[in-house]
Design a protein. Structure first.
Length: 104
């Protein structure tokens, strides 16, 4: 994901819940992306910045899927119902990331 001129940029809000909040060290952030980038591109950037340095992951290697136990919502709708990870982004939106793995 390379950033081009500011006219084609969109602000994306990323919210972290449960153990992902602890791993990221924040509860939310906003990042600029280019129009037509995909949800997968955004998650790669978020993973590189907040998770890989802490030996954690959002995505399952090179399979282009979410890691086991990660739920992703796009504007509060499950990613599987809203177009999948390869959907192109044309307007500002909110990505919510939740870990479904927790202790008892």
């Amino acid at each position: 994901m390379s950033i081009s001129n500011s006219e084609s940029l969109i602000q994306i809000k990323i919210r972290f819940f449960s153990s992902l909040r602890s791993t990221a060290g924040i509860d939310q952030t906003e990042i600029p992306i280019n129009k037509k980038d995909t949800i997968l591109n955004v998650l790669h950037e978020v993973e590189k910045k907040y998770f890989i340095p802490k030996n954690s992951q959002l995505l399952d290697g090179d399979t282009r899927k979410l890691a086991v136990g990660i739920l992703c919502l796009i504007d509060d709708v499950d990613i599987s119902l809203s177009g999948g990870l390869n959907q192109k982004i044309n307007s500002p939106l909110t990505i919510t990331l939740i870990s479904s793995i927790h202790g008892g």
